[in-house]
Design a protein around this ligand. Sequence first.
Ligand SMILES: [Zn+2]
Length: 565
Amino acid sequence: MSASRTLLFFSLLMCYIITLTSNLIGTETDWFLSFLLPIFDCWLLSLLAGLLNKIKLGIVVSIPVVAILFSELLTVFFYHSNFTIYVILLLFETNVQESTEFIQAALAHPGTWYAVVITILAGIAAYYLARLSRKPFKYKKSLAFVAFALVAWSGIRQVSAYYKLYRCFSSASTVVCNDTRFIPHLNTPFVRLAYGAAFNMATSAELDILEKTVAATTVDSCSYRCPLIVLVIGESFNKHHTPLYEKDYLPTTPLLMQQQEKGNLVVYTDAVAPFNFTSNAFKYMLSTWDEESGDEWTRHTLFPAVFKKAGFCVDFYTNQFAMAQTDMWDFAGGTVFNHHGLSELQFTHRNPDIFDYDGELLRELPPTDSLTAQPTLLIVHLRGQHVKYDNRYPQAYAKFTPNDEKTPFGGQTGREIAAHYDNATLYNDAVVSTVFEMLKNTDGIGIFLSDHGEEVYDWRDKYERTNERTITPEIARYQYEIPLMFYMTDTFKVRHPDVAEAVTTSADRPFISSDLCHLLFYLGGISIADYQEKRNILSPQYDKTRKRIIGSSTDYDELMRDFRH
Ligand SMILES: [Zn+2]
Protein backbone atom coordinates (compact mmCIF):
# COMPACT_ATOMS: atom_id res chain seq x y z
CA MET A 1 0.00 0.00 0.00
CA SER A 2 2.99 2.31 0.35
CA ALA A 3 3.02 3.26 -3.33
CA SER A 4 -0.58 4.40 -3.10
CA ARG A 5 0.22 6.32 0.07
CA THR A 6 3.02 8.09 -1.80
CA LEU A 7 0.54 8.84 -4.56
CA LEU A 8 -1.89 10.31 -2.02
CA PHE A 9 0.73 12.64 -0.55
CA PHE A 10 2.09 13.52 -3.96
CA SER A 11 -1.28 14.39 -5.47
CA LEU A 12 -2.33 16.43 -2.44
CA LEU A 13 0.96 18.33 -2.42
CA MET A 14 0.63 19.02 -6.14
CA CYS A 15 -2.98 20.23 -5.79
CA TYR A 16 -1.90 22.69 -3.11
CA ILE A 17 1.13 23.83 -5.10
CA ILE A 18 -1.13 24.41 -8.13
CA THR A 19 -3.54 26.47 -5.99
CA LEU A 20 -0.67 28.46 -4.54
CA THR A 21 1.02 29.20 -7.87
CA SER A 22 -2.21 29.99 -9.70
CA ASN A 23 -3.20 32.41 -6.94
CA LEU A 24 0.25 34.01 -7.05
CA ILE A 25 -0.08 34.38 -10.82
CA GLY A 26 -3.54 35.85 -10.36
CA THR A 27 -6.10 33.27 -11.50
CA GLU A 28 -7.94 33.47 -8.19
CA THR A 29 -9.06 30.06 -7.06
CA ASP A 30 -10.94 29.92 -3.78
CA TRP A 31 -8.42 29.08 -1.01
CA PHE A 32 -10.79 27.26 1.29
CA LEU A 33 -12.44 25.01 -1.29
CA SER A 34 -9.15 24.43 -3.08
CA PHE A 35 -7.72 23.17 0.20
CA LEU A 36 -10.68 21.02 1.13
CA LEU A 37 -12.04 19.50 -2.06
CA PRO A 38 -8.88 17.86 -3.47
CA ILE A 39 -8.63 15.68 -0.36
CA PHE A 40 -11.42 13.38 -1.50
CA ASP A 41 -10.28 13.26 -5.15
CA CYS A 42 -6.74 12.36 -4.13
CA TRP A 43 -7.88 9.83 -1.55
CA LEU A 44 -10.18 8.15 -4.06
CA LEU A 45 -7.49 7.94 -6.72
CA SER A 46 -4.89 6.55 -4.34
CA LEU A 47 -7.40 4.02 -3.05
CA LEU A 48 -8.00 2.93 -6.62
CA ALA A 49 -4.27 2.73 -7.27
CA GLY A 50 -3.86 0.66 -4.10
CA LEU A 51 -6.53 -1.80 -5.16
CA LEU A 52 -5.12 -2.12 -8.66
CA ASN A 53 -1.67 -2.59 -7.19
CA LYS A 54 -2.82 -5.91 -5.86
CA ILE A 55 -2.83 -7.13 -9.44
CA LYS A 56 0.27 -5.03 -10.24
CA LEU A 57 -1.73 -2.44 -12.19
CA GLY A 58 -1.39 0.55 -9.88
CA ILE A 59 0.47 2.50 -12.55
CA VAL A 60 -2.70 2.58 -14.66
CA VAL A 61 -3.87 5.18 -12.17
CA SER A 62 -0.66 6.73 -10.92
CA ILE A 63 0.84 7.62 -14.31
CA PRO A 64 -2.24 9.57 -15.50
CA VAL A 65 -2.50 11.26 -12.08
CA VAL A 66 1.12 12.43 -12.25
CA ALA A 67 0.62 13.52 -15.88
CA ILE A 68 -2.55 15.49 -15.11
CA LEU A 69 -1.04 17.28 -12.12
CA PHE A 70 2.17 18.08 -13.96
CA SER A 71 0.19 19.32 -16.98
CA GLU A 72 -1.92 21.65 -14.92
CA LEU A 73 1.09 23.09 -13.14
CA LEU A 74 2.69 23.58 -16.54
CA THR A 75 -0.51 25.25 -17.80
CA VAL A 76 -0.41 27.62 -14.85
CA PHE A 77 3.14 28.65 -15.68
CA PHE A 78 2.67 28.64 -19.43
CA TYR A 79 -0.84 30.03 -20.00
CA HIS A 80 -1.29 31.70 -16.60
CA SER A 81 -4.47 29.71 -16.31
CA ASN A 82 -5.77 26.57 -14.64
CA PHE A 83 -7.44 23.90 -16.74
CA THR A 84 -10.38 25.71 -18.32
CA ILE A 85 -12.75 24.76 -21.11
CA TYR A 86 -10.56 26.78 -23.43
CA VAL A 87 -7.26 25.21 -22.37
CA ILE A 88 -8.78 21.75 -22.75
CA LEU A 89 -10.02 22.73 -26.21
CA LEU A 90 -6.50 23.77 -27.13
CA LEU A 91 -5.21 20.40 -25.98
CA PHE A 92 -7.94 18.61 -27.98
CA GLU A 93 -7.30 20.58 -31.11
CA THR A 94 -3.54 20.60 -31.08
CA ASN A 95 -2.25 18.60 -34.01
CA VAL A 96 1.11 16.89 -34.34
CA GLN A 97 2.87 19.86 -35.89
CA GLU A 98 1.50 22.22 -33.28
CA SER A 99 2.41 19.89 -30.44
CA THR A 100 5.98 19.70 -31.72
CA GLU A 101 6.00 23.50 -31.81
CA PHE A 102 4.45 23.58 -28.37
CA ILE A 103 7.10 21.27 -26.96
CA GLN A 104 9.83 23.41 -28.51
CA ALA A 105 8.30 26.55 -27.06
CA ALA A 106 7.74 24.86 -23.71
CA LEU A 107 11.35 23.67 -23.48
CA ALA A 108 12.53 27.23 -23.94
CA HIS A 109 10.14 28.54 -21.28
CA PRO A 110 11.58 28.66 -17.73
CA GLY A 111 8.10 27.82 -16.35
CA THR A 112 8.44 24.31 -17.79
CA TRP A 113 11.58 23.72 -15.78
CA TYR A 114 9.98 25.13 -12.64
CA ALA A 115 7.12 22.67 -13.16
CA VAL A 116 9.55 19.77 -13.69
CA VAL A 117 11.61 20.62 -10.59
CA ILE A 118 8.52 21.20 -8.44
CA THR A 119 6.98 17.91 -9.55
CA ILE A 120 10.17 15.98 -8.75
CA LEU A 121 10.50 17.67 -5.36
CA ALA A 122 6.84 16.94 -4.59
CA GLY A 123 7.51 13.29 -5.52
CA ILE A 124 10.49 13.08 -3.14
CA ALA A 125 8.59 14.83 -0.35
CA ALA A 126 5.62 12.51 -0.83
CA TYR A 127 7.88 9.45 -0.65
CA TYR A 128 9.33 10.54 2.69
CA LEU A 129 5.93 11.59 4.06
CA ALA A 130 4.55 8.17 3.16
CA ARG A 131 7.45 6.43 4.93
CA LEU A 132 7.08 8.71 7.94
CA SER A 133 3.37 8.10 8.14
CA ARG A 134 3.91 4.36 8.53
CA LYS A 135 6.10 4.79 11.62
CA PRO A 136 4.50 5.18 15.02
CA PHE A 137 4.54 8.73 16.33
CA LYS A 138 2.80 10.87 18.93
CA TYR A 139 -0.75 11.99 18.09
CA LYS A 140 -0.89 9.52 15.20
CA LYS A 141 -4.36 8.44 16.21
CA SER A 142 -5.77 11.95 16.51
CA LEU A 143 -4.17 12.89 13.21
CA ALA A 144 -5.71 9.86 11.55
CA PHE A 145 -9.07 10.91 12.94
CA VAL A 146 -8.71 14.45 11.56
CA ALA A 147 -7.69 12.99 8.20
CA PHE A 148 -10.72 10.74 8.22
CA ALA A 149 -13.01 13.67 9.02
CA LEU A 150 -11.49 15.73 6.19
CA VAL A 151 -11.91 12.90 3.69
CA ALA A 152 -15.54 12.47 4.74
CA TRP A 153 -16.24 16.19 4.65
CA SER A 154 -14.69 16.77 1.23
CA GLY A 155 -16.30 13.55 0.02
CA ILE A 156 -19.75 14.89 0.77
CA ARG A 157 -18.94 18.02 -1.21
CA GLN A 158 -17.31 16.18 -4.10
CA VAL A 159 -20.12 13.69 -4.64
CA SER A 160 -22.26 16.56 -5.92
CA ALA A 161 -19.43 17.65 -8.24
CA TYR A 162 -19.19 14.10 -9.63
CA TYR A 163 -22.94 14.06 -10.18
CA LYS A 164 -22.77 17.36 -12.07
CA LEU A 165 -19.91 16.07 -14.19
CA TYR A 166 -21.96 12.99 -14.94
CA ARG A 167 -24.89 15.22 -16.00
CA CYS A 168 -22.69 17.20 -18.35
CA PHE A 169 -21.02 14.08 -19.83
CA SER A 170 -24.25 12.17 -20.29
CA SER A 171 -26.33 15.04 -21.66
CA ALA A 172 -23.82 15.94 -24.42
CA SER A 173 -25.54 19.33 -24.34
CA THR A 174 -23.78 22.63 -23.69
CA VAL A 175 -27.03 24.07 -22.35
CA VAL A 176 -26.91 21.52 -19.53
CA CYS A 177 -23.14 21.91 -19.02
CA ASN A 178 -23.52 25.69 -18.98
CA ASP A 179 -26.45 25.68 -16.58
CA THR A 180 -25.19 27.20 -13.32
CA ARG A 181 -26.95 24.41 -11.44
CA PHE A 182 -24.75 21.84 -13.17
CA ILE A 183 -21.38 23.54 -13.12
CA PRO A 184 -19.34 21.79 -10.42
CA HIS A 185 -17.02 23.67 -8.08
CA LEU A 186 -13.89 23.79 -10.18
CA ASN A 187 -11.48 23.49 -7.29
CA THR A 188 -9.46 20.41 -8.10
CA PRO A 189 -7.35 19.66 -11.19
CA PHE A 190 -9.31 16.46 -11.83
CA VAL A 191 -12.72 18.13 -11.78
CA ARG A 192 -11.44 21.01 -13.92
CA LEU A 193 -10.06 18.56 -16.48
CA ALA A 194 -13.19 16.41 -16.49
CA TYR A 195 -15.49 19.41 -16.83
CA GLY A 196 -13.41 20.88 -19.67
CA ALA A 197 -13.44 17.52 -21.45
CA ALA A 198 -17.19 17.02 -20.93
CA PHE A 199 -17.99 20.54 -22.13
CA ASN A 200 -15.83 20.18 -25.23
CA MET A 201 -17.32 16.82 -26.08
CA ALA A 202 -20.82 18.27 -25.75
CA THR A 203 -19.86 21.22 -27.95
CA SER A 204 -18.35 19.14 -30.66
CA ALA A 205 -21.31 16.75 -30.68
CA GLU A 206 -23.68 19.72 -31.00
CA LEU A 207 -21.65 21.44 -33.68
CA ASP A 208 -21.57 18.31 -35.81
CA ILE A 209 -25.36 18.10 -35.77
CA LEU A 210 -25.68 21.85 -36.29
CA GLU A 211 -23.39 21.77 -39.30
CA LYS A 212 -25.59 19.14 -40.97
CA THR A 213 -28.69 21.21 -40.20
CA VAL A 214 -27.16 24.43 -41.52
CA ALA A 215 -25.86 22.70 -44.64
CA ALA A 216 -29.42 21.54 -45.36
CA THR A 217 -30.86 25.09 -45.12
CA THR A 218 -33.46 25.70 -47.83
CA VAL A 219 -34.81 29.09 -48.87
CA ASP A 220 -38.20 29.16 -50.57
CA SER A 221 -37.76 32.52 -52.25
CA CYS A 222 -36.15 35.91 -51.80
CA SER A 223 -37.36 39.35 -52.91
CA TYR A 224 -34.34 41.26 -51.54
CA ARG A 225 -36.72 43.78 -49.99
CA CYS A 226 -33.82 45.71 -48.43
CA PRO A 227 -30.71 44.97 -50.45
CA LEU A 228 -28.27 46.40 -47.90
CA ILE A 229 -28.70 45.51 -44.23
CA VAL A 230 -26.05 46.46 -41.72
CA LEU A 231 -26.32 44.80 -38.33
CA VAL A 232 -24.08 46.22 -35.63
CA ILE A 233 -23.87 44.09 -32.49
CA GLY A 234 -22.54 45.86 -29.43
CA GLU A 235 -21.19 44.31 -26.26
CA SER A 236 -22.19 44.84 -22.62
CA PHE A 237 -24.17 48.02 -23.38
CA ASN A 238 -26.10 49.38 -20.38
CA LYS A 239 -28.85 51.39 -22.04
CA HIS A 240 -29.45 53.35 -18.85
CA HIS A 241 -26.08 54.99 -19.35
CA THR A 242 -27.19 57.08 -22.31
CA PRO A 243 -29.66 59.95 -22.77
CA LEU A 244 -31.14 57.91 -25.63
CA TYR A 245 -32.88 56.03 -22.83
CA GLU A 246 -32.41 58.14 -19.69
CA LYS A 247 -33.06 61.74 -20.64
CA ASP A 248 -30.87 63.33 -17.97
CA TYR A 249 -27.91 61.01 -18.23
CA LEU A 250 -24.41 62.26 -19.18
CA PRO A 251 -24.08 62.94 -22.95
CA THR A 252 -22.51 59.56 -23.78
CA THR A 253 -24.11 59.22 -27.23
CA PRO A 254 -24.02 62.67 -28.88
CA LEU A 255 -23.67 61.39 -32.46
CA LEU A 256 -26.53 58.92 -32.28
CA MET A 257 -28.65 61.63 -30.66
CA GLN A 258 -27.93 63.85 -33.66
CA GLN A 259 -29.09 61.10 -36.00
CA GLN A 260 -32.22 60.72 -33.89
CA GLU A 261 -32.93 64.46 -34.11
CA LYS A 262 -32.46 64.38 -37.88
CA GLY A 263 -35.05 61.61 -38.02
CA ASN A 264 -32.67 58.96 -39.30
CA LEU A 265 -32.46 56.97 -36.10
CA VAL A 266 -35.41 55.28 -34.40
CA VAL A 267 -34.75 54.14 -30.83
CA TYR A 268 -36.68 51.12 -29.60
CA THR A 269 -37.63 51.37 -25.97
CA ASP A 270 -38.29 47.85 -24.76
CA ALA A 271 -35.74 45.24 -25.84
CA VAL A 272 -34.15 42.50 -23.75
CA ALA A 273 -31.61 39.73 -24.27
CA PRO A 274 -32.40 36.15 -23.21
CA PHE A 275 -29.05 35.79 -21.42
CA ASN A 276 -26.56 38.08 -19.77
CA PHE A 277 -23.50 36.41 -21.26
CA THR A 278 -22.22 36.55 -24.79
CA SER A 279 -22.12 32.93 -25.88
CA ASN A 280 -25.70 32.04 -25.00
CA ALA A 281 -27.03 35.42 -26.13
CA PHE A 282 -25.43 34.74 -29.51
CA LYS A 283 -26.70 31.21 -29.75
CA TYR A 284 -30.23 32.50 -29.35
CA MET A 285 -29.73 35.53 -31.55
CA LEU A 286 -28.23 33.61 -34.47
CA SER A 287 -30.57 30.66 -34.44
CA THR A 288 -34.06 30.30 -35.83
CA TRP A 289 -34.83 28.06 -32.85
CA ASP A 290 -36.92 29.25 -29.92
CA GLU A 291 -38.31 27.67 -26.73
CA GLU A 292 -41.57 26.87 -28.46
CA SER A 293 -39.88 24.87 -31.22
CA GLY A 294 -40.11 21.81 -29.00
CA ASP A 295 -36.88 20.31 -30.28
CA GLU A 296 -33.13 20.80 -30.08
CA TRP A 297 -31.37 24.06 -30.87
CA THR A 298 -29.06 22.16 -33.19
CA ARG A 299 -32.01 21.19 -35.42
CA HIS A 300 -32.51 24.78 -36.57
CA THR A 301 -30.41 26.81 -38.94
CA LEU A 302 -28.53 30.07 -38.32
CA PHE A 303 -29.69 33.30 -39.96
CA PRO A 304 -26.38 34.25 -41.63
CA ALA A 305 -26.47 30.89 -43.43
CA VAL A 306 -30.02 31.61 -44.60
CA PHE A 307 -28.95 34.96 -46.04
CA LYS A 308 -25.99 33.37 -47.77
CA LYS A 309 -28.19 30.66 -49.21
CA ALA A 310 -30.66 33.32 -50.39
CA GLY A 311 -27.92 34.98 -52.43
CA PHE A 312 -26.82 37.73 -50.06
CA CYS A 313 -23.17 38.48 -49.60
CA VAL A 314 -22.74 37.96 -45.84
CA ASP A 315 -19.78 39.85 -44.43
CA PHE A 316 -18.82 39.32 -40.81
CA TYR A 317 -16.40 41.71 -39.16
CA THR A 318 -15.88 40.91 -35.52
CA ASN A 319 -13.59 42.30 -32.89
CA GLN A 320 -14.00 39.20 -30.75
CA PHE A 321 -14.38 36.05 -32.80
CA ALA A 322 -11.90 36.44 -35.63
CA MET A 323 -10.74 33.04 -36.82
CA ALA A 324 -8.45 31.37 -34.24
CA GLN A 325 -9.01 34.26 -31.87
CA THR A 326 -11.55 32.80 -29.48
CA ASP A 327 -11.44 34.14 -25.99
CA MET A 328 -12.01 32.24 -22.86
CA TRP A 329 -15.10 34.13 -21.79
CA ASP A 330 -16.85 33.64 -25.10
CA PHE A 331 -16.06 30.04 -25.77
CA ALA A 332 -19.37 28.75 -27.14
CA GLY A 333 -20.07 31.81 -29.31
CA GLY A 334 -16.55 31.55 -30.62
CA THR A 335 -16.98 28.00 -31.81
CA VAL A 336 -20.27 28.62 -33.62
CA PHE A 337 -18.40 31.23 -35.62
CA ASN A 338 -15.10 29.48 -35.88
CA HIS A 339 -16.12 25.91 -36.54
CA HIS A 340 -14.69 25.69 -40.02
CA GLY A 341 -17.69 24.17 -41.77
CA LEU A 342 -20.15 26.51 -40.05
CA SER A 343 -18.10 29.57 -40.87
CA GLU A 344 -18.06 28.61 -44.57
CA LEU A 345 -21.80 28.04 -44.57
CA GLN A 346 -22.54 31.39 -42.95
CA PHE A 347 -20.11 33.96 -44.25
CA THR A 348 -18.72 35.31 -47.49
CA HIS A 349 -15.97 37.50 -46.02
CA ARG A 350 -14.40 37.67 -42.57
CA ASN A 351 -11.61 39.55 -40.89
CA PRO A 352 -8.58 37.53 -39.80
CA ASP A 353 -7.50 39.68 -36.84
CA ILE A 354 -8.92 41.54 -33.89
CA PHE A 355 -7.89 44.97 -32.66
CA ASP A 356 -7.47 46.83 -29.39
CA TYR A 357 -10.15 49.35 -30.32
CA ASP A 358 -13.33 48.84 -32.32
CA GLY A 359 -12.50 51.88 -34.48
CA GLU A 360 -9.53 50.00 -35.91
CA LEU A 361 -11.83 47.18 -37.02
CA LEU A 362 -13.85 49.66 -39.08
CA ARG A 363 -10.84 50.28 -41.32
CA GLU A 364 -11.16 46.66 -42.45
CA LEU A 365 -14.78 47.05 -43.62
CA PRO A 366 -15.46 46.81 -47.34
CA PRO A 367 -15.99 50.20 -49.05
CA THR A 368 -19.58 51.38 -49.52
CA ASP A 369 -19.39 50.76 -53.31
CA SER A 370 -18.81 47.09 -52.82
CA LEU A 371 -21.60 46.89 -50.22
CA THR A 372 -24.08 48.21 -52.76
CA ALA A 373 -22.79 46.12 -55.67
CA GLN A 374 -24.92 43.13 -54.64
CA PRO A 375 -27.45 42.28 -51.91
CA THR A 376 -25.42 42.40 -48.72
CA LEU A 377 -25.83 41.64 -45.05
CA LEU A 378 -22.94 43.22 -43.19
CA ILE A 379 -22.55 42.14 -39.57
CA VAL A 380 -20.22 44.25 -37.47
CA HIS A 381 -19.56 42.78 -34.05
CA LEU A 382 -17.87 45.05 -31.55
CA ARG A 383 -16.03 44.68 -28.31
CA GLY A 384 -18.10 47.62 -27.15
CA GLN A 385 -18.09 48.19 -23.42
CA HIS A 386 -16.78 44.82 -22.31
CA VAL A 387 -14.65 44.90 -19.15
CA LYS A 388 -12.06 46.30 -18.67
CA TYR A 389 -13.72 49.52 -19.66
CA ASP A 390 -10.57 51.65 -19.55
CA ASN A 391 -9.07 49.44 -22.28
CA ARG A 392 -12.03 49.97 -24.59
CA TYR A 393 -11.49 53.58 -25.65
CA PRO A 394 -8.54 55.64 -26.88
CA GLN A 395 -7.33 58.59 -24.83
CA ALA A 396 -9.16 61.10 -27.04
CA TYR A 397 -12.45 59.82 -25.63
CA ALA A 398 -11.49 60.22 -21.96
CA LYS A 399 -14.14 62.87 -21.51
CA PHE A 400 -15.94 61.88 -18.32
CA THR A 401 -14.17 61.87 -14.96
CA PRO A 402 -15.19 60.44 -11.57
CA ASN A 403 -16.50 63.91 -10.69
CA ASP A 404 -19.13 63.64 -13.41
CA GLU A 405 -20.49 60.41 -11.99
CA LYS A 406 -23.42 60.51 -9.61
CA THR A 407 -23.47 56.90 -8.46
CA PRO A 408 -23.75 56.63 -4.67
CA PHE A 409 -22.26 53.12 -4.83
CA GLY A 410 -18.66 51.92 -4.70
CA GLY A 411 -17.14 55.18 -3.48
CA GLN A 412 -14.31 56.72 -5.49
CA THR A 413 -13.55 53.38 -7.22
CA GLY A 414 -17.19 53.12 -8.26
CA ARG A 415 -17.13 56.59 -9.78
CA GLU A 416 -13.82 55.90 -11.56
CA ILE A 417 -15.09 52.67 -13.09
CA ALA A 418 -18.39 54.32 -14.07
CA ALA A 419 -16.45 57.12 -15.77
CA HIS A 420 -14.41 54.59 -17.75
CA TYR A 421 -17.64 52.85 -18.71
CA ASP A 422 -19.22 56.08 -19.90
CA ASN A 423 -16.12 56.95 -21.91
CA ALA A 424 -16.30 53.51 -23.52
CA THR A 425 -19.94 54.26 -24.38
CA LEU A 426 -18.92 57.60 -25.85
CA TYR A 427 -16.39 55.83 -28.05
CA ASN A 428 -18.98 53.20 -28.98
CA ASP A 429 -21.26 56.03 -30.07
CA ALA A 430 -18.58 57.22 -32.49
CA VAL A 431 -17.96 53.70 -33.79
CA VAL A 432 -21.63 52.86 -34.38
CA SER A 433 -22.26 56.26 -35.98
CA THR A 434 -19.31 55.80 -38.31
CA VAL A 435 -20.73 52.49 -39.53
CA PHE A 436 -24.15 54.08 -40.10
CA GLU A 437 -22.55 57.06 -41.85
CA MET A 438 -21.13 54.64 -44.42
CA LEU A 439 -24.72 54.07 -45.57
CA LYS A 440 -25.45 57.77 -46.02
CA ASN A 441 -25.94 57.85 -49.77
CA THR A 442 -27.25 54.33 -50.12
CA ASP A 443 -30.49 52.47 -49.91
CA GLY A 444 -29.28 50.83 -46.69
CA ILE A 445 -30.82 50.14 -43.32
CA GLY A 446 -28.79 49.78 -40.13
CA ILE A 447 -29.69 48.03 -36.88
CA PHE A 448 -27.81 48.35 -33.64
CA LEU A 449 -28.34 46.18 -30.61
CA SER A 450 -26.19 44.81 -27.82
CA ASP A 451 -25.67 41.16 -26.94
CA HIS A 452 -26.71 41.94 -23.33
CA GLY A 453 -26.53 44.71 -20.75
CA GLU A 454 -24.05 45.43 -17.98
CA GLU A 455 -24.20 46.59 -14.40
CA VAL A 456 -22.12 49.64 -13.56
CA TYR A 457 -22.69 50.60 -9.91
CA ASP A 458 -26.32 51.26 -10.79
CA TRP A 459 -28.03 49.92 -7.68
CA ARG A 460 -25.32 48.28 -5.59
CA ASP A 461 -21.54 48.15 -5.16
CA LYS A 462 -20.99 46.10 -8.30
CA TYR A 463 -20.06 46.22 -11.92
CA GLU A 464 -19.95 43.61 -14.72
CA ARG A 465 -22.50 40.83 -14.85
CA THR A 466 -23.42 38.30 -12.21
CA ASN A 467 -24.72 34.77 -11.95
CA GLU A 468 -27.25 34.84 -9.13
CA ARG A 469 -29.71 32.02 -8.87
CA THR A 470 -32.61 34.48 -8.79
CA ILE A 471 -32.91 37.35 -11.23
CA THR A 472 -34.19 40.43 -9.41
CA PRO A 473 -35.87 43.31 -11.29
CA GLU A 474 -32.67 45.35 -10.87
CA ILE A 475 -30.53 42.61 -12.38
CA ALA A 476 -32.99 42.28 -15.27
CA ARG A 477 -32.98 46.02 -15.81
CA TYR A 478 -29.23 46.48 -16.02
CA GLN A 479 -27.93 43.14 -17.24
CA TYR A 480 -30.70 41.95 -19.57
CA GLU A 481 -32.24 45.10 -21.05
CA ILE A 482 -30.51 46.14 -24.25
CA PRO A 483 -30.53 49.08 -26.62
CA LEU A 484 -32.12 48.46 -30.02
CA MET A 485 -32.23 51.05 -32.78
CA PHE A 486 -32.77 51.38 -36.49
CA TYR A 487 -30.89 53.71 -38.78
CA MET A 488 -32.62 54.60 -42.06
CA THR A 489 -31.10 56.85 -44.70
CA ASP A 490 -33.27 59.40 -46.48
CA THR A 491 -32.97 57.35 -49.68
CA PHE A 492 -34.12 54.30 -47.80
CA LYS A 493 -37.17 56.10 -46.45
CA VAL A 494 -38.15 57.23 -49.94
CA ARG A 495 -37.64 53.84 -51.53
CA HIS A 496 -39.19 51.78 -48.73
CA PRO A 497 -41.99 53.87 -47.24
CA ASP A 498 -43.77 50.75 -45.93
CA VAL A 499 -40.70 49.50 -44.04
CA ALA A 500 -39.90 53.02 -42.79
CA GLU A 501 -43.45 53.40 -41.53
CA ALA A 502 -43.32 50.01 -39.77
CA VAL A 503 -39.95 50.84 -38.17
CA THR A 504 -41.22 54.19 -36.88
CA THR A 505 -44.50 52.90 -35.51
CA SER A 506 -43.16 49.76 -33.80
CA ALA A 507 -40.64 51.49 -31.51
CA ASP A 508 -42.51 50.76 -28.28
CA ARG A 509 -43.16 47.11 -28.93
CA PRO A 510 -41.60 44.57 -26.56
CA PHE A 511 -38.72 42.68 -28.14
CA ILE A 512 -36.38 39.85 -27.23
CA SER A 513 -33.20 39.43 -29.25
CA SER A 514 -33.84 35.74 -29.87
CA ASP A 515 -36.45 36.99 -32.39
CA LEU A 516 -33.88 38.94 -34.37
CA CYS A 517 -33.82 36.47 -37.25
CA HIS A 518 -37.52 37.01 -38.07
CA LEU A 519 -37.00 40.75 -38.35
CA LEU A 520 -33.99 40.18 -40.59
CA PHE A 521 -35.77 37.67 -42.82
CA TYR A 522 -38.55 40.22 -43.31
CA LEU A 523 -36.06 42.95 -44.22
CA GLY A 524 -34.23 40.63 -46.59
CA GLY A 525 -37.51 39.53 -48.16
CA ILE A 526 -36.56 35.94 -47.42
CA SER A 527 -39.21 33.28 -47.32
CA ILE A 528 -38.22 30.22 -45.31
CA ALA A 529 -40.08 27.55 -43.33
CA ASP A 530 -38.63 28.75 -39.99
CA TYR A 531 -39.89 32.33 -40.47
CA GLN A 532 -42.64 33.35 -38.05
CA GLU A 533 -44.65 36.43 -38.86
CA LYS A 534 -45.76 36.81 -35.22
CA ARG A 535 -42.10 37.10 -34.16
CA ASN A 536 -41.28 39.84 -36.66
CA ILE A 537 -41.44 43.05 -34.64
CA LEU A 538 -42.26 45.08 -37.78
CA SER A 539 -45.27 43.00 -38.75
CA PRO A 540 -48.87 44.03 -38.01
CA GLN A 541 -49.29 40.44 -36.79
CA TYR A 542 -46.50 40.77 -34.23
CA ASP A 543 -47.35 38.99 -30.99
CA LYS A 544 -46.93 41.60 -28.26
CA THR A 545 -47.89 39.09 -25.61
CA ARG A 546 -45.01 36.77 -26.37
CA LYS A 547 -43.42 35.58 -23.11
CA ARG A 548 -39.89 36.95 -22.80
CA ILE A 549 -37.90 34.40 -20.83
CA ILE A 550 -34.56 35.60 -19.49
CA GLY A 551 -31.88 33.47 -17.83
CA SER A 552 -33.67 30.23 -18.92
CA SER A 553 -36.65 30.52 -16.56
CA THR A 554 -37.61 34.07 -15.56
CA ASP A 555 -40.54 35.80 -17.24
CA TYR A 556 -39.18 39.31 -17.77
CA ASP A 557 -42.53 41.08 -18.13
CA GLU A 558 -43.97 39.34 -15.10
CA LEU A 559 -40.87 40.25 -13.08
CA MET A 560 -41.02 43.92 -14.09
CA ARG A 561 -44.76 44.39 -13.78
CA ASP A 562 -44.53 46.22 -10.48
CA PHE A 563 -41.08 47.62 -11.06
CA ARG A 564 -41.07 50.66 -13.29
CA HIS A 565 -39.04 53.73 -12.62
ZN1 LIG B 1 -21.22 39.91 -24.24
